[in-house]
Design a protein around this ligand. Structure first.
Ligand code: ATP
Ligand code: MG
Length: 491
């Protein structure tokens, strides 16, 4: 194999067929100085011959003239061999020196004397393995090599899991949540399909050791809060952001709120009564009453202290690590927004006050309930305070661009739609070529990981099975058609 040229961050290599290299494989280009360039194949294509490239081509072809060409020369004209030459487009991923890897290029290897060597995947994984006492098993790379990532790569990080429907995103998210809980982390899951509760059980249905650390919380049933606990800030956030109350009306409400607090009479019904009997602008009154009546009708506000929750109390129940699974599937869209608005507002406040420790948030299909301004808040302020979010979505263009730009880890499952690929390629840390070549043809359950967890090298792995009760499968009318539970053709 010979170096043909360097174009930007790509190396183009020339080789004869047949070739035992596939897209996604890693190669080392060794120079005479004992260092090597690590490249990843992103495309295998034919060579378009131009006269300026003939020297390199001739050298590669004639190199083996003794064994091969003697045999073929009488039948195969040189031009045929040249026409059959393969060009490998490879992305430069970094350099290797004295057995260690650094991103970036130290120097260009010689076009004349450098040697290209295949980098086996298990050696590759060894190279990127980070020192950690919390390595978690995510699956297999290539034929057999086990793929581990340090759990610390999720700590303080923003992670995105995306891919088309049914490709295995939630499965991977559950694996991560389970590992986090087993390693004593605290996790909040916004569960849109009520599918995470099974992580506390083995696949045969028996409880696992983390069973009593998984709490399923259903808004209006065992997740309700008193008005007093929600507080002025919480109610303002709910009314303005989840129920679109204009700020002028909010000011009036807060005045009444203060008066009721002063007399020790603050409840949702006294608030509604006070507004109804107050002499204020009719528009303001209507705006306030309609929002408060909507809030009352959701059942999210607890009147009885015994049935009211407190976020810090819930956290104290998972002191040794655990997951608070907030089930949103039975909530109306309005209630979902109210719940998420309040929880994020409260978590931020408690983190700010140091009353709860840093924690992980897993948000499934967040565009369904997250208001626009929260995207930026989550990736900047909330992360700084100790809320480390993982977004899981099958609509990559529904996630704000700023989220991709700031992501530390990305897990990409299959995307066949060009539009979705373009959306991610534009903004994510994976370049467009790599994305299109590696992600487009990924079978279900295979995933491209890139970011902190892989030292920024794009690695394709087959996601491991999880010993948990897996729920949330799409219900089918003809379920028997889903023959191959583990396989590749059922989705
Ligand atoms: N690595 C895996 N091993 C075994 N089963 C898997 C694996 N990945 C996914 N599955 C199964 O495939 C089905 C679809 O997976 P999953 O629910 O994770 O897809 P999804 O990408 O979240 O889909 P959706 O976009 O509909 O939410 C589930 O029944 C899941 O248990
Ligand atoms: Mg899912």
């Amino acid at each position: 194999m010979k170096i043909l040229e360097k174009c930007g961050d790509e190396m183009h290599l020339l080789s004869r067929r047949p070739l035992d290299i596939s897209v996604g494989d890693f190669l080392l280009i060794w120079d005479d100085l004992g260092s090597a360039l690590l490249v990843q194949v992103v495309e295998e294509t034919y060579l378009n011959v131009e006269s300026s490239l003939m020297d390199a081509i001739r050298e590669e072809v004639l190199k083996e003239d003794v064994q091969v060409d003697e045999e073929v020369s009488s039948f195969t004209p040189l031009s045929n061999i040249v026409r059959d030459l393969v060009m490998l487009r490879c992305k430069i991923r970094g350099s290797m020196k004295s057995g260690s890897f650094t991103p970036g290029i130290e120097h260009l290897p010689s076009r004349v004397s450098s040697k290209v060597e295949f980098m086996p995947l298990d050696r590759m994984l060894e190279l990127i393995r980070q020192p950690s006492s919390r390595l978690i098993y995510l699956g297999r790379v290539g034929q057999q090599s086990p793929f581990y990532i340090p759990l610390e790569s999720l700590d303080g990080a923003l992670t995105i899991i995306t891919g088309k429907k049914g490709s295995g995103k939630s499965h991977l998210a559950k694996l991560l949540v389970k590992e986090l809980v087993q390693h004593h982390a605290k996790v909040v899951v916004l569960d849109i399909n009520d599918e995470y509760k099974g992580i506390g059980y083995h696949s045969d249905g028996t409880p696992s050791p983390i069973c009593n650390r998984i709490m399923r919380l259903e808004p209006t049933r065992n997740l309700r809060f008193t008005l007093d606990y929600i507080g002025k800030k919480g109610i303002s956030d709910i009314l303005c952001h989840a129920l679109d109350l204009p700020t002028t009306s909010l000011r009036e409400l807060l005045r009444i709120w203060d008066e009721l607090v002063e007399y020790g009479r603050l409840t949702l019904s006294t608030l509604i009564e006070a507004i109804s009997s107050r002499r204020v602008n009719e528009h303001i009154k209507d705006a306030l009453l309609s929002r408060l009546l909507t809030l009352a009708s959701t059942g999210f506000i607890a009147t009885d202290l015994d049935e009211a929750s407190k976020v810090e109390t819930l956290f104290s129940k998972i002191e040794d690590g655990g997951a608070l699974i907030v089930v949103l599937n039975r909530c109306s869209p309005i209630l979902r927004r109210i719940v998420v608005e309040f929880l994020l507002s409260k978590l931020t406040q408690l983190l700010e006050q140091g009353r709860i420790p840093p924690c992980f948030l897993f948000a499934e299909e967040a565009h369904l309930y997250l208001r626009e301004t929260y995207w930026e808040d989550i990736v900047t302020r909330m992360r700084h305070l100790g809320l480390f979010t993982t977004f899981i979505t099958n609509q990559p263009d529904a996630v704000e661009e700023c989220v991709y730009r700031q992501a530390d880890n990305i897990f990409l499952f299959n995307f066949s739609s060009e539009r979705d690929l373009e959306a991610i390629a534009k903004v994510s840390m994976v370049d467009g070529e790599t994305l299109k070549s590696l992600v487009k043809h990924l079978p279900p359950r295979y995933c491209l990981a890139v970011g902190r967890q892989t030292v920024n090298l794009p690695i394709v792995f087959r996601c491991a099975e999880v010993d948990a009760l897996m729920e949330g499968e799409t219900k089918l009318f003809f379920p028997t058609l889903l023959l191959n539970k583990r396989g590749s053709t059922d989705i």
